[in-house]
Design a protein around this ligand. Sequence first.
Ligand code: HEC
Length: 119
Amino acid sequence: MGEPTSSEPRSSARSTNVRPGTSPVTMASRGFDTYRRLGCSGCHEPSSSVHAPELRGLYGRTVHLRDGRTLAADEAYIRDSILLPKRDVVAGYEPIMPSFQGQATEGDILELIAWMKSP
Ligand code: HEC
């Protein structure tokens, strides 16, 4: 009795002795769930009908903004893009992204960034 046998259909994420939330891999896969849960995927998935940049692997990429500035996608930039999307608008896209201030928690943002860091 008490053997915690999981009957979850997806056994790919079997827990090792890494504590949840501390491993970059776990953070990234949670980030992907968060991306879908908050509705980011509705615009950002390449299959979406909305024209929005792909976010997977964004971290570290060079981004060209509408106003002519060029910057590297670091954590501060990604955070601002989620909370203050009108501030840095990517060249070639419309500023249609809503702010997720009050919707995305600090934990959500850290998970999203971990996911964007993963290849
Ligand atoms: C209504 C559609 C829409 C939704 C929903 C949306 N976005 Fe966006 N997002 C865009 C568009 C369009 C751009 C490009 C224009 C801009 O920079 O605002 C963008 C830009 C970004 C950028 C900058 C991308 C780059 O290439 O530099 C990040 C980061 C981002 N979004 C993250 C998110 C996250 C995380 C969520 C969910 C919490 C989300 N977005 C939800 C439409 C959306």
